[in-house]
Design a protein around this ligand. Structure first.
Ligand code: GDP
Ligand code: ZN
Length: 336
């Protein structure tokens, strides 16, 4: 029997079956024994329904995880040489940032993570009602649109149903992941999308109008029009896992310029004939953006190097190279 993981409950996945019913499962022993093969939200899984396994868990076992299409992946905060997959098989990833308190570096990092998934990417700027003026809304929206190129950039406030309707429309009947730091208004947005309070939110603190840390569980929420959203709560750390493609996509402007550098492997530091540094000098590329690019590029490289070292140490101790922990350039998922 096939189903999709819609929630992780203390390690026990809640699986939605094709008839719309839900079962709480455990992983088959064989599955977990062979390395890191636990299900994540969005995974399609093959189940064994059996009598007498464990009454609490609806007698269902996950036998197999079907190959993942998109995955949202970050560096495991506990072990930088390991990946952590946060969600799988979504079609759209929505990066959220508060319009009036936009953090450009954070947005760039989130975009890298988002692009790396291979899913469609969109940006939603939240809490537009906290903006000083219409002018500020337009200015922020334009500057973000400038930065991201072709992808949709929407502006919402939770109390403006029309603005949220645009997000509904964008999602349609697809599966979307909401990415963004806690407090940006993801749960509030989901509640309006659903039309009722399904996600817990925290009241605004007195005085500053900002929210506090709120959502804790990670689950798929089904929308009236047929699609669904997954909130990614509390992913404060968005450490990059092999994010080379994501960086290149999020910094398409830099990559484009780099094609005119004299050296193919130009690092845009002190090399002669560097078109990227020239662009900074003539004002067509902001120095801040080049710095952000280099920071993410170097961080990504440092992670890849750390993994390579960890892998070699492991091999010296006689462990074979396992899938998913491969060397530079190897991927843990297929490209779409
Ligand atoms: P999450 O952590 O991203 O899920 O954020 P929440 O949805 O819990 O929102 C955090 C806080 O911001 C809560 O106090 C919300 O009431 C508040 N909030 C959410 N959306 C809006 C909005 O559009 N406008 C304003 N002014 N406050 C909002
Ligand atoms: Zn260069």
């Amino acid at each position: 029997m096939l189903g999709q993981i819609v929630k992780l409950d203390r390690g026990f996945p809640l699986v939605r079956l094709e008839d719309g019913s839900f079962v709480r499962c455990k992983h088959a022993v064989d599955l977990v024994k062979h390395g890191d093969s636990r299900g994540v939200i969005g995974d399609w899984v093959e189940l064994l329904m059996e009598d007498g396994l464990d009454n609490d868990l609806d007698n269902a076992q996950i036998l197999r995880i079907l190959p993942r299409k998109q995955v949202l992946i970050r560096k495991d905060p506990a072990d930088r040489t390991q990946p952590q997959i946060l969600a799988a098989n979504f079609d759209l990833i929505i990066v959220t940032q508060p319009l009036a308190e936009l953090n450009v570096s954070r947005l760039e990092r989130e975009l890298v993570l988002a692009y790396e998934t291979g899913a469609q990417v969109a940006v939603v700027l939240t809490k537009a009602d906290l903006a000083e003026s219409e002018g500020q809304i337009q200015q922020v929206r334009d500057s973000v649109a400038d930065m991201v190129g072709d992808i949709p950039v929407l502006v919402v406030s939770a109390d403006d149903r029309e603005s949220v309707a645009q997000v509904s429309q964008l999602i349609g009947d697809r599966m979307a992941v909401l990415l963004g730091r806690s407090g940006v208004g993801k749960s509030s947005l989901i509640n309006v999308l659903v039309g009722q309070d399904v996600q817990e939110t925290t009241p605004v603190r007195e005085g500053d109008g900002k929210g506090r840390h709120t959502t804790v569980s990670r689950e798929m929420v089904f929308l009236p029009q047929g699609g669904c959203v997954i909130d990614m709560p509390g992913i404060r750390g968005v450490g990059l896992w092999d994010a080379t493609d994501g960086i290149n996509a999020a910094f398409a402007d830099v990559v484009q310029l780099a094609q005119s550098c004299r050296f193919d492997d130009c690092r845009h530091e002190a090399e002669p004939g560097c078109a990227v540094r020239e662009a900074v000098e003539d004002g067509s590329l902001s120095p801040r953006r080049l710095e952000a690019y280099k920071r993410l590029r170097d961080e990504n490289q440092a992670n890849l190097d750390a993994r390579e070292v960890a892998q070699r140490t492991k091999e010296r101790r006689g462990h074979p190279r396992t899938r998913g922990q491969g060397s530079r350039g190897k991927r843990v998922r297929p490209r779409k």
